[in-house]
Design a binder for this molecule. Structure first.
Ligand code: RVP
Length: 486
């Protein structure tokens, strides 16, 4: 029957990159890419908009290392705005959230307070925020050693070098060198404290020379909004989000398309729409979307395909969408199902400009949530945004529009709640991911992402070939930093 004359769709394990003649040193591969029409990244990687993956901590880490964090929407609009502001302010020259001391506090008090806040010095201000002095660990130590409980006004340095808000990093550094100090309070015309510039802050900014920054120097970040959340989108835009991600499990729903178009017309930020998995969906979105996100069911915690019977294996989905999107210069993000760096670079070969990962980052320190120990091994929680737990705390509409409040039985989840091995710092995970992707570029002989997309070719892999790809016929004795058996 014609109904059974069906096309085949492929995913990561079905294909490998055909090795090609090359002079490319992987280390030197240029990973720059566009994730949306107006946002370029140094590293083609995004962290997923999930409540166990991306809040401001992850977004800051991703952007500092050249990628992009997309913050989830399981939080109220006010908190979302605060989270965006946190990212935007993270690497600002002038720290606005300054820990201050008052002149009549005791030195012990201030010592504890600074310890708690993780700072080593604080401006001393009066009730009117006027700067009276500055106190640091060095000023306090002699008092603590002899056990005296003096007031801050005794211990502080009262000749303070201050600067005004228009200070540049260079000026501030010069002041610090000239006066042998490490922090300069920033004051207004009335000598009232408005911020602080620290040596450490300036040096830290220099360290992240690969960071994803907007024109004003702030770190880039993305925010997920529901398909009908016009207000959230506008608030995110106002707060300074660089990209708004219309976040929907099936963005080819025509009501979603209409609403996304409306949101696009009311914000300044770029608007990326997803998820989709077919060329028809891409056709319906390319006229207004600044980027398209692909993935119907590939996610590690996703049960959409099992529950609904619908989905699209990811390599085919990406290449269908990319065929259409590339004709309109709309970037494509491959979202979900990436377990290894090899998967990530295969997604780019299929036509994506960047990749989004959830489980890969959920175990890092930068992801929300605590480390838990089970049977002596460390884990962090990782759950689908369509899981019962995530839906209960607000993520429901991604998967269902009309769930009655808190009637658990009413939910038809499309995701599971899980634990993922604890992995330590985001930086080392990203290093492995990007390093592996660069190796792929070396094997194909491409120096840049666009060149790689052009030059790469796939071969089809049999199940015997797949088995051969993984370590086999051995017992692994030491864990590799970039491989663990499934
Ligand atoms: P993975 O990287 O394989 O863990 O997949 C992460 C992606 O899975 C997310 O970016 C999102 O598109 C999708 N997701 C999130 N929640 C769910 C679900 O509950 N079904 N799916």
């Amino acid at each position: 029957s014609a109904k059974l004359d069906v096309p085949e769709a492929l995913t990561f394990d079905d294909v490998l990159l055909r090795p090609k003649e090359s002079r490319v040193e992987p280390d030197e591969a240029d990973m720059r890419t566009k994730v949306s029409k107006n946002v370029e990244l140094q590293v083609p990687v995004l962290s997923a908009a999930m409540d166990t993956v991306t809040e401001s901590g992850m977004a800051i880490g991703m952007a500092r290392h050249g990628g992009l964090g997309v913050m989830h929407r399981n939080m109220d609009v006010d908190r979302m705005a605060t989270e965006v502001e946190r990212v935007k302010r993270a690497d600002e020259l002038i720290i606005r959230d300054v820990v201050t001391a008052s002149p009549d506090q005791t030195v012990q008090d201030v010592d504890e307070m600074m310890d708690h806040a993780g700072v080593s010095g604080a401006p001393v201000v009066d009730d009117d925020q006027k700067v009276l002095g500055i106190i640091s660990g060095t000023d306090i130590r002699p008092y603590l050693e002899v056990g005296e409980r003096d007031e801050v006004r005794e211990a502080m340095t009262d000749e303070v070098v201050t600067a005004s808000e228009d200070v540049t990093a260079r000026d501030a550094l010069e002041l610090m060198y000239d006066h042998k100090i490490e922090r300069v309070p920033i004051v207004d015309d009335g000598n009232r404290l408005v911020g602080l510039v620290t040596m450490q802050g300036i040096l830290q900014r220099r360290e992240y020379d690969n960071a994803a920054r907007a024109e004003d120097g702030s770190l880039r970040c993305g925010v997920a909004v529901g398909p009908f959340e016009q207000e959230r989108a506008e608030v995110a835009d106002e707060a300074g989000a660089d990209i708004i991600f219309i976040d929907c499990a099936h963005a080819h729903n025509l009501d979603v398309v209409d609403s996304a178009r409306e949101i696009k017309s009311s914000v300044d930020a770029d608007v990326v729409v997803g998820n989709i998995g077919t060329s028809e969906a891409a056709e319906d979105l390319v006229d207004f979307a600044d980027g398209l996100k692909v993935g119907i069911g590939p996610g590690s915690i996703c049960t959409t395909r099992v529950v609904s019977g619908a989905g699209m294996p990811q390599i085919t989905a990406v290449s269908e969408v990319a065929d259409v999107a590339s004709q309109h210069d709309v970037p494509v993000i491959a979202d979900g199902g990436i377990r290894y760096s090899g998967d990530a670079i295969k997604a780019i070969a299929a036509g994506a400009d960047a990749v989004m990962l959830g489980s890969y980052f959920a175990g890092t320190d930068e992801a929300p949530g605590r480390v838990i120990t089970m049977n002596g091994k460390k884990y962090k929680q990782y759950r689908g945004m369509g899981s019962v737990g995530a839906m209960k705390s607000g993520g429901g509409e991604r998967y269902l529009k009309d769930v009655e409040d808190d009637e658990e039985d009413e939910y038809v989840p499309e995701g599971v709640e899980a634990a993922t091995p604890y992995k330590g710092s985001l930086q080392s995970e990203l290093h492995q991911l990007v390093g592996g992707m660069k190796s792929g570029m070396g094997y194909v002989g491409a120096n840049t992402i666009p060149e790689f997309k052009e030059r790469s070719e796939f071969v089809r892999v049999s199940s015997a070939g797949h088995q051969e790809s993984h370590p086999h016929d051995v017992m692994i004795t030491d864990e590799a930093p970039n491989y663990s058996p499934d």
